[in-house]
Design a protein around this ligand. Sequence first.
Ligand code: PMP
Length: 450
Amino acid sequence: MTPQPNPQVGAAVKAADRAHVFHSWSAQELIDPLAVAGAEGSYFWDYDGNRYLDFSSGLVFTNIGYQHPKVVAAIQEQAATMTTFAPAFAVEARSEAARLIAERTPGDLDKIFFTNGGADAVEHALRMARLHTGRPKVLSAYRSYHGGTQQAVNVTGDPRRWASDTGTAGVVRFWAPFLYRSRFYAETEAQECERALEHLESTIAFEGPSTIAAIILETVPGTAGIMLPPEGYLSGVRALCDKYGIVFVLDEVMAGFGRTGTWFAADLYGVTPDLMTFAKGVNSGYVPLGGVAISGAIAETFAKRPYPGGLTYSGHPLACAAAVATLNVMAEEGIVEHAAKLGAEVIEPGLRELAERHPSVGEVRGTGMFWALDLVRDRATREPLVPYNAAGEANAPMAAFAAAAKKQGLWPFVNMNRTHVVPPLNITEAEAKEGLAALDAALSVADEHV
Ligand code: PMP
């Protein structure tokens, strides 16, 4: 039964939360979490009866929306038959989820190691790469987010790593391409691509190729701003990895499972990594699940020698049953194709039209259901609407933008000077248009800071 609005219950939920829940990435006394009563499809609502269209898909994970009846039923059925079982056994939900995922992943990424989410998938991918190569270092991009556990936060570029960056984890960062804020003084995508590859190859040369286990990249960086790599970049990185015997890890935790209008973002570029991490969309986040898809060559390393790593809940049957149901629903309902079509025909033209009218929009970029508006003070200089990693007063323009969107019944994804348009992949055309209209009103508030 779906919980209905009830302010008294809402106040009690909020009071217990404030008393006892310690929230992620937050100064505990400076936050005011919304008490959520229920959710369905592309919407959720609070206990006071306010309803929000979720343009953030939670944290970019509810790819098939909230409470899809077939996935809820599959979880219930799994709970009734086998709620849990230890990872060393073969269990139907787990083997079927692995089979379906391997069928979708590119190339020979045919073995699946299951984790509880994205960060631990990154931890294990990097461990596999180090053991496979016998080398210590990992190269990662400045504009990236790979998770909140120790190794994952160390390879992250996002400022959230600063407070816990040990600086000793064998991580070297480099600049990946991003023409709008080019570090390479490039004026075209082709120049950006060529110079970014030159920069990466010289980083490899100066670090010493024989010391580098892996290069990790988000196929399309998500949290850092949805920057589609230029044509030729990822195949260029693939070639460098082959040349120097480096394991190529693509992190598809956010971009994978239909977000880009293809099953994986790697499909957009025809590139196959050696290891691919996933989570979120694999089961729409209904039960925690992530994993690493492993190439034949790396799987072979651990064919006769044990892989030294594991998790109590690796491939938890409830999470895997949710994945099987999600992947089947996505195929049956043509959700990936829908994301590509609605993205190209409604979201993209809608965002470009908003950019024409709102001077605060510096750039619109993305694909499928994976879009960012880069908000600026000045289109000519591209100065961001708020400074890098702005907090408190410095972030007031983005806070005002988010408040205005919520007032319009839209829950936006906001990070630094950007708002990301990342709705459920099966959002309807009417819902998408409703969201764009709300964004229009909220951008007028951002425009006041131009
Ligand atoms: N990698 C990427 C690309 C992500 O976007 C995220 C989460 N936003 C993670 C890893 C970490 O995933 P989790 O929060 O499930 O640990």
